[in-house]
Design a protein. Structure first.
Length: 595
C-alpha cells in the first residue's frame, strides 16, 4: 500500500470521530455531490464546479466529476444543470485546476498531469485535441491540490508531504529558483510538513495548508514585505502566525485576496488584507475570523466560487450560501384610499422593494385618527379593507409590512378622505337643509315686506293714493279695484303720524275687505266685524241673530258700512222685541199662577 493510500485510510478511520452538525443559522447548504471527501475543487468561468473524486465507493464514479451550472454540452458530453456527471473516469485523481483559457487540468497520485479542452489549444508545450483527454506531463511533484497563477504557471503540493512544486509555462526564475519551461520543479521540501492543499493569490504568493505535521498555514511570498499583517521575506516559506497551529485541510483565495482555510472537521476561517464583509461576517483587516455557520460541512477540499459561495466537503460535497441577516421589510408604498361605506374604506398599496430577506406575511393598514386597522395576509401588492370608521369623518391611512423578523416602518400617509354620511345623518342634514331653506325663505319674505312697507310709507308721506298691489306687498290683504277709492278716502282722513303707523292703514283695508266679504255672503264671524271697526261687540245670541240678518239680505243691501250697521241694528231691534215679548208672556203667566 503506497503512502497516499495509507494516509487516506487513516483519515477514513478518523472521520467518525468528527462531529458533522446539521444546518446552522447564517448558511444554506445544498448537497451538490455525494462525495464526502473531495480532494480537489475548481470552477470555470461559466460557474461549472469540478471535483476530483478519488475516494468513491462506486469505482465507476471515480475520476473528474462536473456539477454543471446549466444544461448543455461540456467537453462534447451532454450535461444537465445541477446533476453531477463523471466526465473523465480515472483512479487516484489528486488535484484539479482550470487554466485562464478554460483548459481542465488534473494530476494523479503518481504525478502525471492531464488536460482536457473544448477547443484546440496548447498548454505546457502539448497540443490538445478537442474534447480528448491528453497527458501533459508525467512523474511530476504536483500530486495534490493544484492552482494556476496569473502567468499560467501551475503549482501543486505533494499531498501528505512537506513538498510543493511548479510546472512552469516558461524558462526563467520563480521564487529565486531557475526553472525550465514545461518541466516540473520542486520549489520547497521539508519532511516535517504535511501539506494538503495550495492556493495562489492575485500577486502570485503561494499559500499552503498543513494538516498534520507542523499544522497551520504557510506562505511562499514573491517579495519581501507584509502579508496579512505579518512581515515576510521573498522566496522563503514562512508560517502565518495568525492561523495558529490548527490542522488545516482545504485552502483557497478569493478575488480580493482574502485567504480561506478549512479546519479539518471544523469550520472555515478567513483573513483579509482589508476590512470587509464576507459570508455575512464582518472582517477586520489582517484578523483571522471564524465562519462559525460553516460548521458541519467541513472536511477536506475548499473552493471559493466566483459569487462568494463556499464549496466544501462534509458528509457530502456542499455549496454553502450565506443566508442574509433577516430584517424587517422596507415600508410599502401607499396607494389610494377609497370609502366603501360610511364606516369602511379600501386602502391600496404596493409591496416594498425589499422584503428584508423573508417572505412578507401580513400587511396592516392603520387609520388616523382612531387607529382602526385592517390586515391582508399575502406577500405582494393589494388592497386592505378597514372597518369601524366613523361616518362624516376625515381619515388618512398608512400601511406596514410584516415578515418573520418584524414590522416595517409605516408608509407615507394617504391623501385624506372624508367618509360618507350615515342614513341618520343624511336625514338630519336633509331636515336641517329644509329648515335652513325655510328660514332663508322667511328672511327673504320679511325683507320684501319690509321694503314694501318703506315704499308704502313714502307714498303715504307724499299724500298719494295707494294702489292695490302695494297693499298686497305689505300684506294688507283685501284691497280691490272696487274698494280702493274708499280705502284711500279713509286713509286721507288720517294724520301724518297715523299714516306712518301702518297698523292704522291696514285696519282700514281690513274694514273694507270685511264689507266685501259680507256683501259676497262669504264666510265670516261677528268678531271680524268688531275687529274691522264696523260695529260694536254684542252678546252671543245677538251676534248670531245679526249674522243671519246680514246673510239673509241681498248683497246690494249690505255692501256699505252703513247698510251693514243698519242691518245689524234692525236684527238687534227685532231680537230685543222678541226678547221683550217673551218676558211679558212670562210675567203674565206668573201673575195668573199667583191669582
Amino acid at each position: 500500500m503506497n503512502l497516499r493510500k495509507s494516509i487516506l485510510l487513516v483519515l477514513i478511520l478518523l472521520m467518525p470521530f468528527f462531529s458533522i452538525s446539521q444546518a446552522s443559522a447564517g448558511v444554506t447548504a445544498t448537497t451538490i455531490y455525494s462525495l464526502a471527501y473531495p480532494v480537489g475543487l475548481a470552477e470555470d468561468s461559466s460557474g461549472n464546479i469540478y471535483i476530483a473524486d478519488d475516494h468513491n465507493s462506486d469505482a465507476s464514479k471515480k475520476g473528474i466529476v462536473v456539477v454543471p451550472a446549466t444544461t448543455g454540452t461540456l467537453f462534447g458530453q451532454a450535461v444537465t444543470a445541477g446533476t453531477p456527471k463523471t466526465i473523465v473516469a480515472v483512479s487516484n485523481p489528486a488535484g484539479i485546476a482550470i487554466s485562464s483559457g478554460g483548459i481542465l487540468v488534473w494530476s494523479l497520485a503518481n504525478g502525471d498531469i492531464y488536460g482536457l479542452s473544448s477547443s484546440g489549444q496548447t498548454i505546457f508545450g502539448v497540443s490538445l485535441t478537442v474534447n480528448t483527454v491528453t497527458q501533459i506531463a508525467s512523474g511530476t511533484g504536483l500530486r495534490g491540490g493544484l492552482d494556476f497563477d496569473s502567468s499560467g504557471n501551475l503549482f501543486g503540493v505533494y499531498i501528505a508531504t512537506g513538498t510543493f512544486s511548479v510546472l512552469p509555462v516558461a524558462s526563467g526564475t520563480l521564487f529565486g529558483q531557475s526553472v525550465t519551461a514545461n518541466t516540473s520543479k520542486t520549489l520547497y521540501s521539508n519532511g516535517s510538513n504535511w501539506f494538503w492543499d495550495l492556493a495562489v493569490d492575485s500577486s502570485g504568493n503561494i499559500f499552503i495548508s498543513d494538516g498534520w505535521g507542523l499544522q497551520g498555514v504557510f506562505v511562499m511570498p514573491v517579495s519581501t514585505g507584509t502579508l496579512v499583517g505579518q512581515s515576510v521575506t521573498a522566496n522563503t516559506v514562512e508560517k502565518l502566525t495568525a492561523f495558529g497551529t490548527t490542522r488545516y485541510a482545504g485552502i483557497d483565495a478569493d478575488a480580493s485576496d482574502a485567504i480561506y482555510a478549512n479546519v479539518y472537521g471544523g469550520t472555515t476561517k478567513v483573513i483579509a488584507p482589508t476590512s470587509r464583509t464576507v459570508f455575512q461576517t464582518a472582517l477586520s483587516a489582517n484578523t483571522l475570523t471564524n465562519l462559525s455557520s460553516t460548521s458541519g460541512y467541513i472536511l477536506q477540499g475548499l473552493l471559493i466560487a466566483s459569487n462568494g459561495d463556499i464549496i466544501s466537503g462534509g458528509n457530502s460535497t456542499y455549496r454553502l450560501v450565506a443566508t442574509p441577516d433577516l430584517t424587517v421589510p422596507d415600508a410599502p408604498t401607499i396607494g389610494t384610499a377609497t370609502a366603501l361605506s360610511p364606516t369602511s374604506a379600501s386602502i391600496s398599496f404596493n409591496a416594498p422593494a425589499s422584503n428584508g430577506g423573508a417572505t412578507i406575511e401580513t400587511y396592516t393598514a392603520t387609520s388616523t385618527p382612531g387607529s382602526f386597522t385592517g390586515q391582508l395576509l399575502q406577500a405582494g401588492s393589494g388592497s386592505i379593507t378597514v372597518t369601524g370608521l366613523s361616518s362624516s369623518t376625515a381619515y388618512t391611512f398608512t400601511v406596514t409590512a410584516s415578515n418573520s423578523a418584524g414590522t416595517s416602518s409605516p408608509s407615507s400617509a394617504s391623501i385624506s378622505i372624508t367618509m360618507p354620511a350615515s342614513e341618520e345623518e343624511l336625514a338630519a342634514q336633509s331636515a336641517q337643509s329644509a329648515s335652513a331653506r325655510e328660514a332663508a325663505a322667511r328672511a327673504a319674505h320679511s325683507a320684501r315686506v319690509a321694503a314694501a312697507e318703506e315704499k308704502l310709507k313714502a307714498v303715504l308721506a307724499r299724500g298719494e293714493p295707494v294702489i292695490t298691489q302695494l297693499f298686497k306687498e305689505v300684506e294688507c290683504f283685501g284691497a280691490t279695484e272696487k274698494n280702493i277709492s274708499l280705502i284711500n278716502d279713509d286713509i286721507a282722513l288720517l294724520t301724518v303720524e297715523e299714516k306712518q303707523n301702518l297698523k292704522n292703514v291696514c285696519k282700514i283695508v281690513l274694514k273694507y275687505a270685511t264689507v266685501d266679504k259680507v256683501a259676497a255672503h262669504g264666510y265670516f264671524v261677528f268678531a271680524q266685524l268688531v275687529e274691522a271697526g264696523i260695529t260694536a261687540p254684542q252678546a252671543s245670541v245677538a251676534r248670531s241673530v245679526a249674522i243671519r240678518e246680514l246673510r239673509a239680505r241681498p248683497s246690494e243691501n249690505v255692501d256699505t258700512i252703513a247698510e251693514i250697521n243698519e242691518a245689524i241694528k234692525h236684527s238687534l231691534a227685532v231680537y230685543q222685541a222678541r226678547k221683550d215679548r217673551l218676558a211679558a208672556v212670562i210675567a203674565r203667566n206668573a201673575a195668573r199662577q199667583l191669582n
